[in-house]
Ligand binder design. Sequence first.
Ligand code: GDP
Length: 444
Amino acid sequence: MVLQDLGRRINSAVTDLTRSPTLTEKAFDGMIKEICNALMEADVNIRLVTSLRKTIKSSVKLDQLPPHANKKRIIQKAVFDALVDIVNPHQTAYQPKKGKSNVIMFVGLQGAGKTTTCTKLARWYQARGFKTCLVCADTFRAGAFDQLKQNAIKAKIPYYGSLTQTDPVVVARDGVAKFKKERFEIIIVDTSGRHHQEDALFAEMVEIQGAVQPHQTVMVLDASIGQAAEAQSRAFKETADFGAIIITKTDGAAAGGGAISAVAATHTPIVFIGTGEHLLDLERFNPQSFVSKLLGMGDMQGLMELVQSQNLDQKPTMKNISAGKFTVRDMRDQIQNVTKMGPLSKMAGMIPGMGNMMQGMDDEDASLKIKRMIYICDSMTAKELDSDGKIFSEQPTRMVRIARGSGTSVREVEEFLSQQQTMAGVAKSAKGMQANAQKAQGQM
Ligand code: GDP
């Protein structure tokens, strides 16, 4: 099952339950069962699914909830937390530092997407002001150096490799030494692909590791390999002890649950995910954001990071968010930013509620939908734009006026405002969490 379908199924299991007038223990168990089935069909390891079942069951005691408790929110939160727990290794990955040479070595099976991802990652750091380069230590596969070279030239990233030297350890050592001398800050080393159980190649990987002393070894895992991911990553972990995982091809048609289970098996953080063949198709991974997006709840953090990396003007929104606010104007500005950033169908997933709304749409439809939202905003007064959005539910005639003025329907206006309200809720709870964390720190 594709990750998107998994998200949709989990989401509808929760929504069906919380919408039903009678929320019984039996219906609650039914929801957990449906979530577990969906996860197993997506290749998530059965042990993890069993533990998720127990966690959700033990964190919500339906019969002990006070009569006026918001059951929907409590159940949603329990499911959300349990899913985050699956992809959260409770370990942090190495953070490259500016002003020093950070060596990152890639390992993984042949065809996993190492060479492609090396360049994506190099570009990612380059866009964030790091002096970045690539070393091709794959002397095993004919054409590997050529592929890396083409990618590197396209991304304007300096590279090192050899057409004559057949010893990958020598190439890796020389390349890294050269770039260190030239004070490069991110030196990414691509190694040759391995088929499982190839002892000689595993030995070579360890030798390269010894020669270049990487600050971080990254295992590249193909999302489509299903249950096999766990055994493979264990074998790599035993030999190369990688400290981070990148999952590629999450845009593909296959289940991603196997790769996700590998994270739990190796207690290693996923640092990025590959979302397509293009150079820009790499997203930073964060457990909360990932689950949030999976469930169509948006990815506020990812959106902010992306906006920041694109140098778009978003200071007023950032200021509002840190104050726990998110006005209608903030919503409009973010939508406008999204249109500048890339394929809409992908970006839309980052705005709470929008991913679900746009599911199944191609870029053209998504673009039309976004344009209509901008028309809606353009028909609002400054007071309405700067409001928290509540004036619309207090005076619904405003929505009728806006729909008429923008050539849209009242339903569309309502839909837009309900997303803004979701986002405002996220901003408010983020602020609350921040305050609690500060309080807790103060008590320590
Ligand atoms: P390597 O043998 O591990 O170096 O793998 P390559 O980098 O040569 O990639 C193998 C294939 O996977 C290529 O056709 C890539 O374009 C493709 N690929 C890599 N990452 C992704 C991804 O995130 N999404 C998709 N759809 N394809 C990818």
